[in-house]
Each structure stands twice: as structure tokens, then as C-alpha cells.
Ligand binder design. Structure first.
Ligand code: HMG
Ligand code: MG
Length: 364
């Protein structure tokens, strides 16, 4: 069945804005992040601590992060009643009838996370200095993209991440491992599933709490998504992970209780679709059917990757929310507030949002 609740990992401020030609003023970025949180998003990827020459759009990370880090500890009102907010009629047979009554409402309090990308020890140091608590490393399933994005081979990049993940875990941070080019690569074409599984296992062995499977150039189709998730399951990496996130507090309790049968902790899986070929929602549904309950998206469909030919925007968060609420799946997001945030950002960027849902809701 489908999950009753999905955690949306909002990447607009990072994956969206990293690809903009014009540098967005830091105050506008901070306002964007605040509005996303106010719209009910609880995981908002804020920026990257990468080399400023590689990604000039995010060179202001040191200025931006302190402007938004207080959002993590602030009290946030729950989304207003979903009846007040535009949403599709629930489907006839939603995942859970109890959820269908109020698909937009959060049923439990949730903290705000503001993860940041860190490619190496220098990036992690910068993030720790500013008090970041969630970080992400970003690997590639293909040699061509590893070279283009990280100036390394796949294995050199993994070797670069290993001490970063270890140090981050020591500091009790939550670590996400991105894996790019999981389906197709602009230089190499279709990517063999086994190649993706191998790198996923390396990231899992390092101790990542979550893996995000990236379709960087948006070429995946639902059958390919199913095949990859089935292969990962087969390889011991089920979508939900096999234990709660490892923390110093619960690290040894379960294993000690039953050392023989306790499975090793494995990361939960997330999906990260770009919508280049209009497949992102269909791919998301395929992933939900495999038990994935964390989905990356970017408000208004902003985004792309400056190091991958033909990468366009991520799946638009509004399009995702429309589908999830229609399925009776909780997100905690107020679609009207989110959509007006994307319209506001589109004005700043001087072009309309590519999100179909934003356009439909705003009548533009
Ligand atoms: P490099 O040139 O090999 O770096 O780049 P290096 O390790 O040789 O160091 C060279 C210089 O850079 C040194 O300075 C370092 O201190 C400095 P120097 O001693 O020469 O003065 N340096 C740094 N400065 C600030 N912050 C740092 C840092 N690291 C080194 N963190 C590097 C290697 C990884 C740094 C570079 O390739 C890089 O920054 N790449 C980032 C690329 C990127 O951000 N791509 C976009 C994100 S990934 C993505 O969008 C895909 C995703 O959305 C999923 C999907 O869709 O698939 C996540
Ligand atoms: Mg991306």
C-alpha cells in the first residue's frame, strides 16, 4: 500500500537557486526559506558549503545560514484546516480513510531541519562552524558526472566522503547521501542498476541515515524506478531502512538485545526526480508503491544542475502536494501558502513558475 504520510524534502533554495544565472540577494533567499517553513515544509535544504567558484549562486552560505538557523528552534503553527486550502477531492480509496478527512494536517509536532550540502572536510567544517545539524554528501553513480561535479572518480569521491560522514556522525549530525545519475547520464546514457546499487551500498556502509536517489536529468520512467528499488531491496536496502536512524543513544540497544537476528541499520530511501521529461510524478508514485516515504521536490519547480547538460527543474513541490493530498496522504503543507511563495519567487526571478499546479491555482 501507499504510505499514510510523506516527508517532503524541499530543495528549492539549494537545487533550485544553484542553477539561477542571476545571484539572488541573500535577504530574498532567507525570506524564501522562512515562507517555505511557514507553508508547512519541515525539511528545507538551505544551501551548500561547496567551492564558491564552482557554485557562485551559493557563495553566500555563511551569510545566509545564520539568517535562517533560528527557524529550527522556533515554534511553528500547524497548517490551517485543509478545508480552507485548495486541494483535490480525495480519491475513492485513499491509503487510510482516517487521513483522507484532513490530508493537509500534521498529526504530530515536527521539528524544522535545514540540511546543507557538504562535499568534503572543508565543507563540513564550514557547516559545523555555523551550527548545521543535518548535512548531505553527494556521490555519483557515473564516472562522467563524478568528474564534472566533484573533480574526482566515483571511488575517489566516496573516499572523500567517508571521513566527512564519520565526523558528522561523531558530531551527532544527521547525514543524507545523495546519489546522482541513478537512471541516465548525459554523457554515458542509461545507467546499469548494478552500478547504482554498488554506490548505494558504499554510502550505506559509511553510516548515512538516508539515501536520496537522484534522476539528475529527468530521464527515468516508472518501470526503471521500480526495477532500481527492487534491486536495492534485494541488496538489503529496503525503502524504509531497517532500523531507526543511528544515534549515539540507540546505537547499541537493539543489537545488544538480539545480536543474532538484529539487522544492520540501513538508511531509509528518498527519491529526487527532475521533471525534464514530465515523468517526475509518475516516478514518484512508483516509488511510493515500493514504500518510499521521503520525496524531494522544489517549490515552483525551480532548479537544475549546472554540471549536468540538460538538467531542468526538480519535481515541483506544489505538483507533488496536489497528488499526495489527492491520494489522502498527509504532508503538513498548506498548498495556497506554498503556491503564493512560488509566485513571489517567480516575480523575483522574472519568469513564470513551470509548476502546473502553481499556474492552475493562480489562474496564470
Ligand atoms: P577541487 O577543485 O578538486 O578542490 O574541487 P580541492 O579539494 O582540490 O581544493 C581546491 C581549493 O578549493 C582549495 O583552496 C580548497 O581549500 C578549496 P586553495 O588551497 O587552492 O586556496 N575548497 C573549498 N573551499 C570552500 N568550501 C569547500 C571547499 N573545498 C575545497 N567545501 C570540490 C572539489 C568538491 C570542492 C568541487 O568540485 C565542488 O565544490 N563541487 C561542488 C559541485 C556542486 O555543488 N554541485 C551541485 C550539487 S550536486 C547536485 O545538484 C545533484 C543533486 O541535486 C542530486 C541530483 O539531482 O542528482 C544533489
Ligand atoms: Mg538535483
Amino acid at each position: 500500500g501507499l504510505p499514510s504520510r510523506v516527508r517532503i524534502h524541499e530543495v528549492g533554495p539549494r537545487d533550485g537557486l544553484q542553477n539561477e544565472k542571476a545571484v539572488v540577494p541573500v535577504a530574498v533567499k532567507a525570506e524564501f526559506i522562512k515562507r517555505l517553513v511557514a507553508a508547512g515544509l519541515r525539511t528545507v535544504e538551505a544551501t551548500s558549503f561547496v567551492h564558491p567558484k564552482w557554485v557562485p549562486q551559493l557563495a553566500d552560505a555563511e551569510e545566509l545560514y545564520p539568517l535562517v538557523s533560528g527557524l529550527r528552534d522556533a515554534e511553528h503553527p500547524r497548517s490551517p484546516s485543509p478545508a480552507a486550502s485548495a486541494r483535490p477531492a480525495p480519491a475513492d480509496s485513499p491509503a487510510d480513510p482516517a487521513d483522507a478527512a484532513a490530508p493537509g494536517r500534521l498529526s504530530e509536532p515536527a521539528d524544522v531541519s535545514l540540511p546543507v550540502l557538504v562535499p568534503n572536510a572543508r565543507g563540513l567544517e564550514r557547516a559545523l562552524t555555523l551550527g548545521a545539524r543535518q548535512v548531505a554528501v553527494f556521490a555519483s553513480a557515473t564516472e562522467s558526472f563524478a568528474r564534472a561535479n566533484l573533480n574526482r572518480t566515483v571511488d575517489e569521491a566516496l573516499a572523500m566522503f567517508e571521513p566527512v560522514v564519520a565526523r558528522a556522525k561523531e558530531e551527532r549530525l544527521t547525514v543524507r547521501g545523495y546519489l546522482s545519475m541513478c537512471f541516465g547520464d548525459p554523457w554515458e546514457g542509461p545507467v546499469p542498476v548494478a552500478q547504482v546499487v554498488r554506490v548505494c551500498k558504499s554510502l550505506a556502509d559509511m553510516g548515512c541515515d538516508e539515501l536520496s536517489l537522484g534522476d539528475t536529468i529527468g530521464v527515468a520512467t516508472p518501470g526503471h524506478v521500480s526495477a532500481l528499488l527492487a534491486a536495492l531491496h534485494e541488496a538489503g536496502l529496503p525503502a524504509s531502512g531497517t532500523a531507526p536512524a543511528r544515534t549515539p543513544d540507540n546505537d547499541d540497544t537493539e543489537a545488544a538485545a538480539d545480536p543474532g537476528s538484529a539487522p544492520a541499520t540501513t538508511p531509509r530511501l528518498a527519491v529526487h526526480f527532475h521533471d525534464t521529461y514530465g515523468q517526475a510524478l509518475a516516478n514518484t508514485l512508483a516509488a511510493l508503491q515500493h514504500g518510499v516515504a521521503t520525496v524531494d521536490a522544489s517549490a515552483g519547480g525551480l532548479g537544475g544542475c549546472p554540471f549536468a547538460k540538460s538538467a531542468t527543474g526538480n519535481l515541483a513541490t506544489e505538483d507533488l502536494v496536489w497528488m499526495l493530498h489527492g491520494l489522502g496522504i498527509e504532508t503538513g503543507v498548506d498548498l495556497d501558502l506554498l503556491s503564493s511563495t512560488s509566485l513571489w519567487m517567480a516575480e523575483h526571478l522574472g519568469r513564470p513558475s513551470p509548476s502546473r499546479t502553481v499556474r492552475a491555482l493562480s489562474g496564470t
